[in-house]
Design a protein around this ligand. Structure first.
Ligand code: UDX
Length: 446
């Protein structure tokens, strides 16, 4: 099967490389010549574990190519995936479809034979219908159809998620599109991955509903964490206690500084705009957006509280800037409002992140950056763990505490136990875990 992938961003590149790895012939197309040149030279535009090796292996086997020439790239393809960006529109927060529609128009004008056009980008309900209208306007070859095949990839685990998905969702209105997508994903059915064939609008909405539900789950446990702090309960144990109920499930119940990243903030807003346009209330998602924004904005207050009420004149060491581990992505990262507020309130900040410091420099106010984790603690009044990178889980707290001025540890990801921090002479502040409750929950079955 020959596949064209338009857009070599995060989703397009991972999907293209994985499809090639399934044995398909894939051409990845992007307007950005410097990106294509870099990819041809084996350099990845994003930081994703395993991607470089996967791309190289498939290029060597002749199954993966890169080009800026859309017209040539799509010839002979049976499916053309659209994986261009759909950023939140300035002003109303709805998904900006300019790039999607421009790509579709260009494809329609260049096509010499019918194809299935598949949206991989997250697009609002009804986008498939609009694409079909563009195809008609541009007189695309008869038999060209439109399908929706949303991705559910997590940054940092995207290749594993692609190859071992919980499910594949395909929204299509014709049998040919369903056949082509069934064939593309054949290697995964052999692994028993469930495939759901739905209508196009249903597939489009499924993506938004999935991300909105996960955002609800995170915000729910974050609010329960606040309650735990107020009443002397331990949120880690509450999460485990509820998560063992199969109906709830143990995942996405880690409290923290609020969700960030390229998907949840953008997709929840887009879902609200779709609901508004449809004249339907979405009170839960709307509240979650508000709860999460306020949570992120409140994290500097936690640091101030830990320091007796104010950060003015204090030196704060920040561990982790990316919105989550294993990525250099700073989009909507909780570290942004935190660092900004600390600076605004008169603190000096020194930060370290294993991958995101270059990206961080572009979006954070001027701060100091350290070359190693231990360095941010030197002379600091407080150390704040913002992203739970593996390398922050095994810090030598004894050694670190000795180099600090204030010995306060604010652990916004509950990476440490209170006991071990206190043994190192630190005053420890976690999320939803009051003093004296760090004993693990006993489960009879274990
Ligand atoms: C998410 C979805 O998981 C994926 O299916 C979708 O296609 C894209 O969006 P991603 O943004 O890469 O993926 O990261 P994810 O691991 O889901 O984390 C998102 C945010 O939620 C991060 O800021 C993370 O720290 C936060 N989070 C996640 C929590 O605070 N607690 C949790 O329990 C889980």
């Amino acid at each position: 099967m020959r596949i064209a992938m338009i857009g070599t961003g995060y989703v397009g590149l991972v999907s293209g490389a994985c499809f090639a790895d399934f044995g398909h012939d894939v051409v990845c197309i992007d307007k950005d010549g410097s990106k294509i040149d870099a990819l041809k030279a084996g350099r990845m535009p994003i930081w994703e574990p395993g991607l470089e090796a996967l791309v190289k292996a498939n290029v060597e086997r002749g199954r993966l190519e890169f080009t800026t020439d859309l017209k040539a790239g799509i010839q002979g393809a049976e499916a053309v995936f659209i994986a261009v960006g759909t950023p939140a529109r300035r002003g109303d927060g709805h998904a900006d479809l300019t790039f999607v529609f421009a790509a579709v128009r260009e494809v329609a004008q260049a096509l010499e034979a019918p194809v299935v056009i598949v949206t991989k980008s997250t697009v609002p309900v009804g986008t498939g219908d609009k694409i079909a209208e563009i195809l008609a306007e541009e007189k695309a070859p008869k038999g060209t159809s439109v399908a929706s095949n949303p991705e559910f990839l997590r940054e940092g685990a995207a290749i594993a998620d692609f190859k071992h998905p919980d499910r594949i969702v395909v929204g299509a209105e014709d049998e040919h599109a369903r056949d082509v997508l069934r064939e593309i994903y054949r290697p995964l059915f052999l692994n028993k991955a469930p495939i759901l064939f739905t209508g196009r609008r249903t597939a489009e909405l499924t993506k938004y509903a999935a991300n909105a539900f996960l955002a609800v789950k995170i915000s729910f446990i974050n609010e329960i964490a606040d309650l735990c702090e107020a009443v002397g309960a331990d949120v880690q144990e509450v999460a485990r206690g509820i998560g063992l109920d199969n109906r709830i499930g143990p995942k996405f119940l880690h409290p923290g500084p609020g969700y960030g990243g390229s998907c949840f903030p953008k997709d929840t807003l887009a879902l609200l705009r779709t609901a508004e346009e449809a004249g339907v209330l979405q009170r839960i998602v709307s509240t979650v957006v508000d709860v999460n924004d306020k949570r992120k904005a409140s994290m500097a207050g936690r640091v101030a509280d830990a320091l007796g009420g104010s950060v003015a004149g204090k030196r704060i060491g920040v561990l982790g800037l990316a919105f989550k581990p294993n990525t250099d992505d700073m989009r909507d990262a909780p570290s942004i409002p935190l660092v900004q507020a600390l600076i605004d309130q008169g603190a000096s900040v020194i930060a370290y992140d294993p991958a995101a410091m270059e990206q961080a420099e572009r979006v954070l106010p001027p701060i100091e950056y350290a070359a190693r984790a231990q360095q941010v603690a030197e002379g600091a009044d407080a150390l704040v763990i913002v992203t739970e990178w593996e390398e922050f889980r095994g810090l030598d707290l004894d050694r670190i505490a000795k180099t600090m001025r204030g010995r306060v540890l604010v652990d916004l990801r509950n990476v440490y136990e209170r006991d071990e921090a206190e043994r190192a002479g630190m005053t420890y502040f976690a999320i939803g875990r009051p003093a004296g409750s760090s004993a693990p929950l006993r489960v009879a079955a274990e």
